[in-house]
Design a protein around this ligand. Structure first.
Ligand SMILES: Cc1cc2nc3c(=O)[nH]c(=O)nc-3n(C[C@H](O)[C@H](O)[C@H](O)COP(=O)(O)OP(=O)(O)OC[C@H]3O[C@@H](n4cnc5c(N)ncnc54)[C@H](O)[C@@H]3O)c2cc1C
Length: 429
């Protein structure tokens, strides 16, 4: 069960100024801003909890994130700024990493060489972005030497797709130097931010009718009218017509939605008290074994919990197999790397499958080469009644809770300006 407690569903009915579809990071941000502007707001979410792809659960009595865990890009992340203002328990992510080659930890020289290879790749991407037409990001990389394959794997993991399927002009700044963690879990933090927001849970929006004045949302529990709507459903859900629009959306908007491809990033959550990794919250890379897994986050929050990460190629191997297959794989890889004795205390607690979740369909939305305009195209409202928001629209922070939050606030500010403020409520500002 999520740690957050949230209000029980109520029947949707009546009329509000704005209906917000989805109570993930974008929807919560939008609702807070609309309420602060004094507007009447209804928020609907299909799940029985808030937070969307940010969800903290209790495992063995510890809060553990099943989805988003890092607060990336501290200087521009609105959730870092807000956390500081609220006095939330933020901590900076350490810069140290573990590099394991075969059964030994790498020498300082090998580690330095890996770091240089990452810097070389970042510089090549930066140069190519400025000088070259859009293309597959991987094509902008020069030969990178012995750690080149590792760098490509990591870029593919954090992008959500192999790097040759990602637009060069859409590669975000992947500087891991200014990242933060939230004690008690990022999902729990997002749920705390939702407390002042009246969310109706367990209510899936089925149809958004924008044919008349304002909008009408149909759900299994009744319908709701509003002057405008903010749609924060994940792109993969919209692509599958998880929400039907009447009339259909304009062609450029539909094309933008269908231009994204699903990003895949999954956690196998391990409880491993005797893990050979020391120091809290460090990334680990394992090389030189039969498999070279995409990466780990070790001793999360100083506990025995670890994330064994799965990228798209690795996660896809388990599609159609039993839910324990990713955990067995993680065990086999770690046994190969460290020996069977080293994994005696290792327990697999959970494997996520956000790509198969009907309300997510992916970990985030990825822009393939040539389609870099689609994020911005969705920012224009449809008929001054339907706004889109969510991680997929953020240019600088796509695929993140911070980017989703920023986009929710943007859409809400535009609507508030359009509908006219009704007197602000300082509780939400
Ligand atoms: C395993 C994993 C790890 C990640 N790691 C990080 C990380 O470390 N840092 C980071 O910043 N980001 C990370 N992300 C990405 C981050 O979680 C998302 O970018 C962000 O949470 C998206 O927020 P959102 O509001 O755009 O969408 P969501 O959080 O998906 O919110 C959309 C909401 O819409 C609801 N919904 C769907 N269909 C309907 C419907 N028909 N009617 C009503 N409601 C509906 C959903 O239930 C959901 O609550 C990770 C994601 C995953 C899966």
């Amino acid at each position: 069960m999520p740690l957050s407690s949230a209000p029980m569903p109520k029947e949707p009915s009546g009329e509000v100024d704005v209906v917000v579809l989805g109570a993930g990071s974008a929807g919560i941000a939008a609702a807070r801003r609309l309420l602060a502007a004094g507007l009447r707001v209804a928020v609907l979410d299909a799940r029985r909890r808030v937070g969307g792809r940010a969800a903290t659960v209790a495992l063995k009595g510890h809060p553990v994130d099943l989805g988003a865990h890092w607060l990336h890009n501290g200087p521009i992340n609105p959730l870092v700024r807000l956390a500081r203002a609220r006095g939330e328990p933020l901590r900076q992510a350490p810069g140290e990493r573990h590099l394991v080659i075969g059964r030994r930890f790498a020498t300082p020289r090998e580690s330095a060489s890996l770091i240089r290879t990452f810097a070389q790749a970042d510089a090549a991407i930066g140069r190519a972005m400025r000088r070259e037409e859009d293309q597959a990001a991987a094509r902008a990389l020069p030969p990178l030497g012995p750690f080149g394959r590792r760098v490509l794997t990591v870029e593919g993991l954090v992008s959500g797709r192999p790097f040759d399927e990602v637009s060069l002009h859409d590669v975000p700044d992947m500087d891991y130097a200014d990242n933060f963690f939230m004690a008690g879990g990022l999902g729990a933090y997002v749920a705390r931010l939702a407390r002042p927001v009246p969310v109706r849970l367990g209510i899936a929006a089925r149809v958004l009718d924008w044919s008349g004045k304002g909008v009408r949302v149909e759900t299994d529990a009744g319908s709701l009218r509003a002057r405008a709507a903010i749609v924060t459903l994940p792109m993969a859900v919209l692509q599958r017509e998880g929400l039907r629009f009447t009339p259909g959306l304009p062609i450029p908007v539909r094309e933008a939605i269908h231009g994204f491809v699903p990003g895949v990033y999954e956690h196998v959550i391990l409880h491993w008290p005797d893990a050979p990794f020391h120091g809290p919250d460090r990334l680990a890379m394992l090389l030189g074994g039969r498999e070279e897994p995409p990466g780990l986050l070790t001793r999360i929050d100083g506990t025995p919990f670890h994330f064994f990460e799965l990228d798209l190629p690795t996660a896809s191997r388990f599609d159609g197999r039993d839910p324990d297959a990713p955990g067995r794989y993680a065990r086999a890889v770690l046994a190969d790397q460290f020996g069977h004795r080293a994994i005696r205390t290792l327990q697999v607690c959970r494997s996520t499958a956000w790509r198969h979740d009907p309300f997510s369909g992916a970990s985030w939305a990825v822009v393939p080469p040539g389609l870099v305009a689609i994020r911005d195209r969705l920012k224009a409202p449809v008929a001054d009644r339907v706004w889109f928001a969510g991680e997929a629209l953020s240019r600088a922070q796509w695929g993140t809770v911070g980017g989703a939050w920023e986009e929710g606030e943007r859409a809400a500010s535009e609507i508030a300006a359009y509908l006219g403020p009704k007197g602000s409520d300082p509780a939400f500002s």
